[in-house]
Design a protein around this ligand. Structure first.
Ligand SMILES: [Zn+2]
Length: 379
């Protein structure tokens, strides 16, 4: 912090201390100085990545392939990040068992050439890389809590379709759920915001009966895995804490912003989480063939800005991104790099920033979820 009429802070969590000092200063000095506060930038993200993530191959021409990592890492390293990229260790069995059943863990460990579904194969190296992906999510949470800095676990294979005793949809262990369980050891309330194009059926199942984890998912209605109706709201203690916002095809930037401003952010504020895990999938992008949704790279960054502002204001930067889907290298890498760059005040050139949805095409669907959840939340 410098002082000569100017004050510069790098960590937004210092703001409260700063106002205290300013008040003190004005009390002590009769003269009134002009005090200008400059936010140098937000806290830079901690990036978690392991080269082994770029080795696992389902089968030839499978969309969930190593090229995804290659695109992202090339783009991210071109930013000239202040922070080194941290290599995680594999998750412990305890981390996995906080979410999955022992028999399921054993199935992934001991099987080879077994299909969880038509597109999800257990190969010889699957267990090791899946443990490393879960370990990446755990490391991201630990770094965030230790340093009050946001983090990004750039991992594969993805996880949000893996439930307590099942996998599928390219997923083995539920990295985001494992991250949330880890955060719950240090906190009492954690939110998961899932902006993958597909519903995170695994994450929903894992936390369906608890009020400690708020799960909010935006996804395309009617595509894989077929779950995620607006009225799947949780059970028992968890009732009202599972929020689905299914959207029709062609929903894009204005629909997502409408959903975030009128449902996601107000509920997050009321829930008041200690940390947010973001299950980030870039397959809702208009350049990604895996869904009919039409978010642009600009739209993704606008959603990221809302979450970033929220985490700076209310959660001491406890914002943990965990990568899920996204199968077109260019939009995937520019969105991931754009999010990371934003925390360092670096603007990333966006090739795919055209806005396709300016008229809130999915408004009716968002309103339906919002009306339904107004019985649980102040909406
Ligand atoms: Zn997806």
């Amino acid at each position: 912090m410098l002082y000569n009429g100017w004050i510069m802070i790098e960590d937004p969590s210092q703001m409260q201390d700063l106002f205290f000092y300013i008040t003190l200063f004005h009390r002590k000095c009769a003269s009134t100085h002009n005090v200008i506060i400059l936010m140098a930038h937000s806290a830079p993200m901690v990036v978690v990545y392991h080269p082994q993530y770029a080795t696992h191959i389902q089968y030839r021409y499978h969309p969930e392939s190593p090229f995804r990592m290659e695109y992202i890492i090339k783009k991210v390293t071109s930013l000239g990040l202040k922070q080194e990229i941290i290599e995680p260790e594999a998750a412990s069995e305890g981390d996995i068992l906080a979410v999955h059943r022992p028999t399921y863990l054993e199935k992934i460990r001991s099987s080879t050439m077994k299909y969880l579904d038509g597109e999800t194969v257990i190969r010889e190296d699957t267990y090791d890389v899946a443990m490393l992906a879960a370990g990446g999510a755990v490391t991201a949470v630990n770094e965030t809590y230790l340093r009050n800095r946001p983090s990004f676990a750039i991992v594969r294979p993805p996880g949000h379709h893996a439930g307590p005793d099942y996998g599928g949809g390219f997923c083995y262990f539920n990295n985001s759920a494992i991250a949330a369980r880890k955060a719950l050891k240090m906190s009492s309330r954690v939110a998961i915001v899932d902006i993958d194009a597909h519903h995170g059926n695994g994450t929903q199942d894992i936390f369906y009966e608890t009020s400690k984890v708020l799960y909010i998912s935006t996804h395309q209605f009617g595509i894989y895995p077929g779950t995620g109706r607006y009225n799947e709201a949780g059970r028992g203690d968890g009732e009202g804490y599972n929020i689905n916002i299914p959207l029709p095809a062609r929903s894009g930037d204005s629909t997502y912003l409408y959903a975030f401003e009128n449902l996601v952010m107000p509920v997050l504020k009321e829930f008041n989480p200690d940390a947010i895990i973001v299950s980030l999938g870039v397959d809702a992008h208009y350049r990604d063939d895996m869904s009919g949704l039409e978010l642009s790279s600009t739209g993704y960054l606008e959603l990221a800005a809302l979450l970033q502002d929220f985490s700076e204001k209310y959660m001491k930067n406890r914002l943990v991104y965990v990568l899920e889907g996204g199968y077109n290298g260019v939009p995937l890498s520019e969105v991931v790099a754009g999010i990371i760059g934003r925390f360092e005040g670096k603007k990333v050139h966006l090739q795919y920033g055209d806005i396709r949805d300016e008229s809130i095409k999915g408004k009716e669907y968002v309103d339906r979820s919002r009306n339904f959840f107004s019985q649980y939340w102040k909406l």
